[in-house]
Design a protein around this ligand. Structure first.
Ligand code: SF4
Length: 738
């Protein structure tokens, strides 16, 4: 198995680029292109090309560590696992199950996310589980569910982008975050389509646009409402579509009409002629899309903001039609699958709701437990981190580094330090792992098989290419061993395919139905789009793309038992998948005939502009917004260990407009301090006209004095629990020349 090339996928972002791994005779693995995968067609960014370097024992953990006398020292696996089980068991005995916290990650495979959620609820009995994906796309997920009855990041494949007429890309710098995806937008423009980019900064992505709108951070909601106002005022609504396929238009229309263009210009800073031009470009072609990313989503009003952009799509008849629609560009590698299988505070596998009695019965049946014994919904990610050391006394953390990536990070770090016990399973000694009482070294993407679900909703198979170093175990092994030590001998297999088979049964009949997907299919078909329910072979009509034909809703699907799955919602236990039920082609395109609501219609949600949680004032007169650079990924725990990436992006910086820099007396490269109500970060100034004069920008990949998340505001969106990463009030102080 491990001396031949393995087609697989990148460990980093949600594009999940295809790549080939070839073990080298002298050790290590070579990453090469894989042109057969349609998303990246062989292209890889620098992170993907160098991903194998993190497999080196020189940069990673290769033995468990336990804290002795204040220091982390090497231990063997039984010692480390015994200590975790003993401390979790003792805390549960003393404080109750909800004193045990579990924190997962959007980079975990579907199998791990599933097993971690089951472990928390069945073995620990705790409701206190959430994951870092809450910080990624939760506002878009909440808005999509409200409007369409179902959240799948993109309800159409990326391949549709070049064939639409216009794309409004809101708050995404994909030229840096997922560079191979830029070609879809280049092809769009080559085909005569237009690209509108909404971003406070003139990013590399914005440079490609036909029109760049640069609103003040945190005002995207007003911008979308202003565009909708103009759509109505200029008679560009699609009344037949609104009548036949939506509900709630009157209220949403009234809300938008209160946002006249001049008012929106005052809020956003975007001139009225640009608003009019955007409406003209968006409404002219027959098909158009709106795609959002973290910009509009990471706000304390993120759900309403995304809702406003969805309203724009619905009013113009752009959702659930060929080559049209709203989509979210999910960020983390398994950000989509990670939110579907039960590591989210309020969800069970199959994207079922934890407080739905039918969902509880179905999943409890698969797990062989009493549904009444399953805990209810827990706290959202930041609320969970904020409760550490008080209500929550111990934490088991997998695949996340909140010391760098959480908002108000110094406070989160202090909360982590105040725990009675912290156990971290990770590949490297991250800044969070450094605080742990026990650190478990776990296997990586190239060393274990598993599935992920890309931002398109395409379920993919990552294949094992090499064995992990001696001393390293898999996350599934960790959960199996801890479950056994805590008295649950069965139900936590270490074989990923066995876990996936159970996940199929648990997801059957749910919104994210994987029951018709098998490892064999994934290997043969280059991925399968969910929902993909188990079906008898006779109903199969084509290959994996057969559901793509315009007119197929791809969602309300015939079941093996002759019933039809209710689109969206939870119809109760579905048929268990059995061999020979892999006939459903998968669902690349959703909503073409009906939305996943009870009546099949999309819902307008009336929303109005409101201010950010922290507006600038005399003491903190500027707005800080945060983001990424091309050569680092998330908290940088892996990419900061790759020499080539580190050389390209060695540390944080603060983007300042030349006028602001002159006023402060800061030259390019001079150290500046950025100060918010939560703390202070120091980094060199980068003076650029690409940013608004009232805004400063910092990338968030680094710990230490340049940690951007020291500054960010944990004000939460009331619906999604998303913190307001994208906007907080700061002042900047020049610290003199270098
Ligand atoms: Fe990996 Fe994303 Fe880069 Fe593709 S774009 S190579 S998935 S990090």
């Amino acid at each position: 198995m491990e001396n031949t090339s393995a087609p697989t996928h990148c460990p980093y972002c949600a594009l999940q680029c295809g790549m080939t791994l070839t073990p080298l005779p002298q050790g290590g693995v070579e990453v090469t292109e894989r042109p057969d995968f349609p998303v990246n067609r062989g292209a890889l960014c620098g992170k993907g090309r160098t991903a194998a370097q993190v497999l080196s024992p020189a940069v990673r953990l290769t033995a468990p560590l336990v804290r002795e006398g204040g220091r982390l020292v090497e231990a063997d696996w039984p010692q480390a696992l015994d200590r975790i089980a003993e401390r979790l068991g003792a805390a549960r005995e003393r404080y109750g199950a909800d004193a045990l916290g579990v924190f997962g990650g959007g980079g975990l495979t579907n199998e791990k996310a599933y097993a971690l959620g089951k472990f928390a609820r069945v073995v620990l009995g705790t409701s206190q589980i959430d994951y870092n994906g809450r910080f990624c796309m939760s506002s878009a997920a909440a808005a999509g569910t409200k409007a369409f009855g179902l959240d799948r990041g993109l309800p159409f494949p990326l391949e549709d982008i070049p064939r639409t007429g216009c794309v409004i890309l809101v708050g995404s710098n994909l030229a840096e975050t997922m560079p191979p995806s830029l070609r879809f937008f280049t092809e769009l423009r080559e085909n005569g389509g237009t690209l509108i980019v909404v971003d406070p900064r003139r990013t590399k992505t914005a440079e490609q646009a036909d029109l760049h709108l640069a609103p003040r951070p945190g005002t995207d909601l007003a911008l979308a409402l202003g565009l909708l106002h103009l759509v109505v005022a200029e008679g560009r609504t699609d009344e037949a579509y609104i009548r036949e396929r939506t509900t709630g238009w009157a209220e949403a229309r009234a809300a938008a009409m209160a946002h006249w263009p001049e008012y929106v210009e005052r809020i956003t800073g975007v001139p009225v002629p640009q608003l009019r031009e955007a409406v003209r470009m968006f409404c002219a072609p027959e098909a158009a899309m709106v795609l959002t990313a973290r910009g509009p989503e990471q706000q304390s009003k993120g759900t309403d903001t995304v809702g406003a952009w969805i309203n724009l799509c619905l009013a113009t008849g752009r959702a659930g039609r060929p080559l049209s629609g709203y989509g979210c560009l999910t960020g983390q590698g398994n950000g989509q699958g990670g939110r579907e299988h039960g590591q989210k505070a309020d969800q069970l596998p199959g994207y079922r709701k934890l407080d739905d009695p039918a969902a509880r019965r179905h999943v409890a049946g698969v797990w062989g437990v009493d549904p009444d014994a399953l805990p209810g919904p827990g706290r959202s990610a930041y609320e969970l981190l904020d409760a550490l050391g008080t209500d929550v006394r111990t934490l088991l953390l997998m695949g996340s580094n909140p010391v760098v990536s959480a908002p108000r990070a110094a406070h989160v770090e202090q909360r982590l330090r105040s725990l009675d016990f912290l156990a971290v399973a990770d590949v490297v000694l991250s800044e969070t792992a450094e605080l742990a009482d026990v650190v478990l070294p776990v296997a990586q993407w190239a060393e274990e098989t598993g599935t992920t679900t890309s931002l398109e909703g395409r379920v993919l198979l990552r294949r094992r290419a090499v064995a992990p170093p001696p001393g390293v175990r898999t996350d599934l092994y960790v959960l199996h061993e801890l479950a056994a030590r805590l008295g649950v001998e069965k139900g936590f297999p270490t074989d990923p395919e066995e876990v996936f088979e159970e996940l199929r049964r648990a997801s059957a009949g749910g919104p994210a139905d994987y029951s018709g997907i098998t490892y064999r299919r994934l290997a043969e078909e280059n991925g399968v789009f969910w929902p993909c329910p188990a079906e008898p072979p006779t109903t199969r009509t084509g290959g994996a793309d057969a559901g793509a034909a315009p007119g197929s809703d791809g969602l309300a699907v015939a079941r093996a038992d002759g019933t039809r799955a209710a689109p969206g919602g939870v119809p109760g236990p579905g048929p268990d998948p059995v061999p020979g039920t892999e006939a459903h082609p998968g669902s690349p395109r959703l909503f073409l005939e009906r939305f996943a609501t009870a009546d099949g219609r999309a819902r307008f949600v009336p929303v109005v502009h409101r201010a950010t949680a922290e507006e600038p004032d005399d003491e903190y007169p500027l707005v800080l917004t945060t983001g990424r650079v091309v050569s680092q990924y998330q908290s940088g725990a892996q990419t900061r260990r790759v020499a080539e990436l580190n050389a390209a992006a060695p540390g944080p910086f603060v983007e300042l407009h030349p006028r602001l820099a002159a006023r402060l007396g800061a030259a390019d490269g001079d150290p500046v301090a950025v100060v918010s109500r939560r703390g202070r970060a120091v980094a060199p100034a980068r003076v650029t006209a690409a940013i608004r004069p009232d805004t400063v920008f910092m990338p968030f990949h680094w710990p230490g004095e340049g940690r951007a998340n020291t500054l960010t505001n944990p004000a939460l969106d009331p619906t999604s629990g998303m913190p307001e990463f994208k906007s907080c009030a700061v002042r900047v102080e020049a610290l003199g020349p270098r």
